[in-house]
Design a protein around this ligand. Structure first.
Ligand SMILES: *[C@@H]1O[C@H](CO)[C@@H](O)[C@H](O)[C@H]1NC(C)=O
Ligand SMILES: *[C@@H]1O[C@H](CO)[C@@H](O)[C@H](O)[C@H]1NC(C)=O
Ligand SMILES: *[C@@H]1O[C@H](CO)[C@@H](O)[C@H](O)[C@H]1NC(C)=O
Ligand SMILES: *[C@@H]1O[C@H](CO)[C@@H](O)[C@H](O)[C@H]1NC(C)=O
Ligand SMILES: *[C@@H]1O[C@H](CO)[C@@H](O)[C@H](O)[C@H]1NC(C)=O
Ligand SMILES: *[C@@H]1O[C@H](CO)[C@@H](O)[C@H](O)[C@H]1NC(C)=O
Ligand SMILES: *[C@@H]1O[C@H](CO)[C@@H](O)[C@H](O)[C@H]1NC(C)=O
Ligand SMILES: *[C@@H]1O[C@H](CO)[C@@H](O)[C@H](O)[C@H]1NC(C)=O
Ligand SMILES: *[C@@H]1O[C@H](CO)[C@@H](O)[C@H](O)[C@H]1NC(C)=O
Ligand SMILES: *[C@@H]1O[C@H](CO)[C@@H](O)[C@H](O)[C@H]1NC(C)=O
Ligand SMILES: *[C@@H]1O[C@H](CO)[C@@H](O)[C@H](O)[C@H]1NC(C)=O
Ligand SMILES: *[C@@H]1O[C@H](CO)[C@@H](O)[C@H](O)[C@H]1NC(C)=O
Length: 768
């Protein structure tokens, strides 16, 4: 659920519920002027002593104002009862220097008239002392964002006036104490982000609850308790726990309920809704990443107010019930990653409300024959990838004028890409990879100025790259891999200033990739793959001089999301497949840190440009299968992070520069089938390669450890093709993806990693 796909779903929910924040109790607004009682003052001064002031700033903000000769009711964070002078409210939130634990004998617990206590984000440690039970008048208690630990003391049950309790983001564990069943007035309970494992049985007693957040704990129970008595419940949030068993259908009898969020649990069996309140106001239902199976219940249409539904990543089968079309307010529907089949009901995108429809990774085979898009249809995001759709490219898609993401990849769409796609002027992401599309790529990009990502790889497209692509100034990724495009090298793409990934692999591109009159380099490229074409000619020594992106160190100051290549606005990551260390690899998410050049399988000649050594952040370099001659440039030793180097099958001569032996991340080296001579570097990186990485160089020596022979002039037997050893899945190779994960804040050097690429396809998920 916290994967990118769900982001929009979250957005909707956030927008819809944001206003609830304003409903929190706000009882003690302004400080009052009254004389402080001495016992209260002394208790506060005791508390002050318990809190060491570590920094001057904090001291200024708080305890300096706690001066005995001043009325304590006017101290920072303190509010008194107007008449009696008792401290009724203490707000020390974000007093971050506290850095101590609360003792059972703390002065705090003498403030027995407190109704409002906010110690959130105070860097408090240790357990919650059982004296908390002394503060039995509390209606508002916020201890969120501390480092509390241990179990909640049973004595908390004394606080039976509580309306608001937040323990969000601590390290509390064990059961939610049964004494909390006493909290009959509690309206808002937030236990998010702790280590609770049980005790949710008490929820049924909390009859005044309106907001409940149990997410990000380890709750392991069947949620079988009848919750239908929680007549005021509006939000039930239980995602990222270990709830198991059937869907807690008693929730649906609560007419006030607006949100159910139970993604990333172990719920299973068919989704049974049971008795649904006839006045259900449920707006959002998220049970993604569970183990539900069976059909999507027809009765979903009784949840008439539904706005966002996420049933993705389950095992639902069968057809989408047509009743779903009667959900007039449905805006976001995610059914991806199930086993759904049959027709996609067209009514779905006739609605003027629906703006996101995700049906990818199912077995849908056709569209409703009635498919018709009404004027005013507002669909923005349509993802139908990885289904079994076998038909001509659907022209009606062009009527979706607001579309910004269209993904039809991994189907069997035929025919040509329609010109009329240019009508969708907001289009940002167009993914048509791995279909049977033919004809030209339409030259209609002049209107698609928002396009960031275009992937038409693995089709049967012919002709040239449309020059109108030059209008897509926001283009980040262009992938035409595996078509029959016959064109010269697109120097003109140099004007796309943020183009990061260019893949022209396996087409019929031809001619030189250097033109002295127009060539200025590609300053923003991170990945370029022009392998398996008919490019020719030599490259000048300074060819790579302006490829600055490949020498820029990836900054880990970026937010975690931007560790991947992707569109920040909707967090969909770009993905490509590349041959990486000899294995075809699907990079579902592309790390910013990954920089690669693949010029293999062309007819380049001349020397390898020495300026390659300027690309200090390069991880992968493949020049294999060309006609490069001369020496291996010594400047390669400057690419300190290089992980894979393939120079095989060229006419390179001279010695392997000894400096390459110092490249400590280099885990794949192939210099076979050249005319190299001399001593192979004796470093571990070289000496742990397979012998085949050096064959076909009759004058190399120093390979006794790996080749059982002094000179590797043994021709490769025809029955044992060289490639076989390249793609040996057992071969230990360095994983740059794991490497990037290891770059936690401040841990730049933690690069260690495992054995990888053992299968063709990888999906790289990062749990957050
Ligand atoms: C407390 O307030 C009095 C009177 O305003 C002042 O003279 C004194 O310096 C203050 N003490 C501290 C520790 O700030
Ligand atoms: C908090 O206190 C502990 C010792 O009790 C100390 O090691 C740590 O540095 C302190 N942290 C801060 C932020 O002051
Ligand atoms: C808690 O209350 C009891 C009785 O009301 C009192 O004796 C005890 O001192 C209080 N504890 C603290 C820490 O103030
Ligand atoms: C519930 O609240 C009452 C009244 O304050 C108190 O006497 C009782 O001990 C509480 N129950 C628990 C289990 O804490
Ligand atoms: C909680 O609810 C159960 C069942 O409704 C009831 O038996 C029990 O007494 C309640 N507990 C408290 C402390 O109110
Ligand atoms: C369903 O709920 C209604 C009231 O909301 C109630 O009258 C009816 O008995 C319930 N049916 C079942 C089977 O629980
Ligand atoms: C659909 O949304 C509109 C506008 O928010 C609202 O007035 C209407 O009641 C909703 N319809 C249903 C069936 O919930
Ligand atoms: C291409 O799509 C088909 C489904 O149409 C799928 O089975 C196949 O694995 C895909 N191939 C690649 C390389 O993704
Ligand atoms: C496409 O761009 C051309 C030239 O800028 C313009 O004349 C035309 O109106 C645009 N078409 C659409 C559908 O926006
Ligand atoms: C690098 O860029 C500069 C300025 O843009 C240009 O003058 C120079 O010719 C470029 N050099 C190469 C080798 O591309
Ligand atoms: C380099 O490219 C060739 C041909 O495209 C491929 O066979 C080889 O496996 C690649 N090398 C690496 C290290 O991926
Ligand atoms: C780039 O490479 C060229 C050729 O090797 C070299 O002369 C130049 O100093 C390098 N520039 C930088 C910034 O490293």
């Amino acid at each position: 659920m916290f994967r990118s796909q769900s982001y929009c779903f979250r957005c909707i929910i956030t927008i819809y519920f944001f206003f609830f924040l304003h409903l929190l109790p706000n009882t003690f607004a302004s400080p009052t002027r009254s004389l402080c009682r001495h016992d209260q003052r002394d208790a506060l001064l005791e508390l002050k002593k318990e809190f060491p002031s570590h920094t001057k700033d904090d001291a200024l903000a708080t305890t300096l104002s706690w001066n005995k000769s001043v009325d304590c009711c006017s101290w920072w964070g303190v509010t008194c009862d107007d008449i009696l002078g008792q401290v009724i409210s203490l707000k020390l939130q974000s007093y971050t220097s506290v850095n101590t634990s609360l003792k059972s004998s703390s002065g705090l617990f003498k403030l027995q008239h407190l109704r409002h206590l906010d110690l959130s984000n105070c860097n408090l440690h240790g357990e919650i002392p059982s004296s908390i039970g002394n503060l039995s008048r509390l209606t508002y208690l916020d201890l969120s964002f501390n480092q509390f630990i241990g179990e909640i003391p049973v004595s908390i049950g004394n606080l039976n006036q509580l309306r608001y309790l937040s323990l969000w983001s601590n390290d509390l564990r064990g059961n939610i104490p049964t004494s909390m069943a006493n909290f009959t007035k509690l309206s808002d309970l937030n236990l998010k982000g702790n280590q609770f494992t049980g005790g949710d049985i008490i929820l049924a007693n909390l009859t005044s609850l309106s907001e409940l957040d149990l997410s990000y704990n380890h709750l392991k129970s069947s949620l079988s308790v009848d919750l239908s008595g929680l007549h005021n419940l509006e939000r039930f949030i239980g995602d990222e726990n270990s709830f198991f068993g059937p869907f807690p259908s008693s929730l649906l009898m609560i007419s006030s309920l607006r949100m159910i969020s139970l993604d990333q649990n172990q719920l299973e069996g068919p989704l049974v809704f049971g008795n649904i309140s006839s006045s259900s106001k449920l707006l959002s239902l998220d049970v993604s990443y569970n183990k539900f199976c069976g059909l999507i219940p027809t009765s979903i249409s009784k949840l008439q107010s539904l706005y966002a539904v996420d049933l993705s990543h389950n095992n639902f089968i069968g057809q989408v019930p047509s009743s779903i079309s009667s959900l007039v307010n449905l805006s976001s529907l995610d059914l991806s990653y199930n086993n759904l089949e049959g027709e996609i009901p067209s009514l779905l995108w006739r609605s003027s409300m629906l703006w996101s429809l995700e049906l990818s990774h199912n077995m849908f085979s056709s569209f409703d024959k009635q498919v018709e898009v009404v004027d005013g249809a507002s669909l923005r995001e349509l993802r139908l990838g990885s289904n079994s759709l076998q038909r001509p490219f659907p022209q009606w898609i062009c009527k979706l004028k607001d579309l910004w993401a269209l993904d039809l990849s991994n189907n069997q769409f035929t025919g040509s890409i329609p010109q009329c796609l240019k009508n969708s002027i907001s289009l940002s992401e167009l993914r048509l990879r791995n279909n049977s599309l033919s004809g030209f790529i339409p030259d209609s990009f002049i209107n698609l100025t928002d396009l960031r990502s275009l992937d038409v790889s693995h089709n049967n497209l012919v002709g040239k790259l449309p020059r109108s692509l030059i209008h897509c100034k926001l283009m980040r990724l262009l992938n035409v891999d595996g078509n029959k495009i016959s064109d010269t090298f697109p120097f003109w793409l140099g004007s796309l200033e943020i183009l990061k990934i260019l893949v022209l692999r396996s087409n019929a591109f031809h001619g030189p990739v250097y033109d002295p009159t127009t060539y200025l380099g590609f300053p923003s490229l991170r990945i370029i793959n022009i392998a398996n074409n008919n490019f020719v000619g030599s490259l000048p020594q300074n060819y790579f001089a302006n490829w600055t992106e490949m020498s820029i160190v990836w900054s880990n100051e970026d937010s975690p999301e931007s560790n991947y290549m992707g569109d920040d606005s909707h967090m969909y990551e770009d993905s490509i497949d590349l041959v990486y260390k000899g294995v075809e690899t699907d990079f579902t998410r592309i790390f910013q840190a990954f920089k690669a050049i693949d010029f293999s399988g062309n007819r380049f000649s001349g020397h390898i440009p020495g300026s390659i050594g300027n690309l200090s952040e390069l991880r992968f370099l493949n020049f294999s299968g060309n006609a490069f001659r001369g020496n291996i440039p010594a400047s390669l030793e400057n690419i300190a992070k290089l992980e894979a180097l393939d120079l095989s099958c060229n006419n390179l001569s001279g010695e392997i520069p000894q400096g390459l032996g110092n490249l400590s991340f280099l885990s794949y080296i192939n210099v076979s089938h050249n005319d190299l001579e001399g001593l192979v570097p004796q470093s571990t990186q070289f000496q742990s390669q397979h012998c085949s990485s050096f064959v076909g160089n009759s004058r190399l020596y120093g390979l006794e450890k790996i080749c059982n022979t002094i000179h590797v002039d043994v021709p490769v037997p025809a029955s044992q093709p060289l490639e076989e050893s390249f793609s040996d899945p057992e071969e230990p190779v360095l994983n740059w993806i794991a490497a990037a994960i290891a770059y936690g804040p401040g841990v730049i050097c933690g690069l260690v990693l495992g054995h990888i690429f053992t299968s063709y396809k990888h999906e790289w998920f990062i749990a957050r």
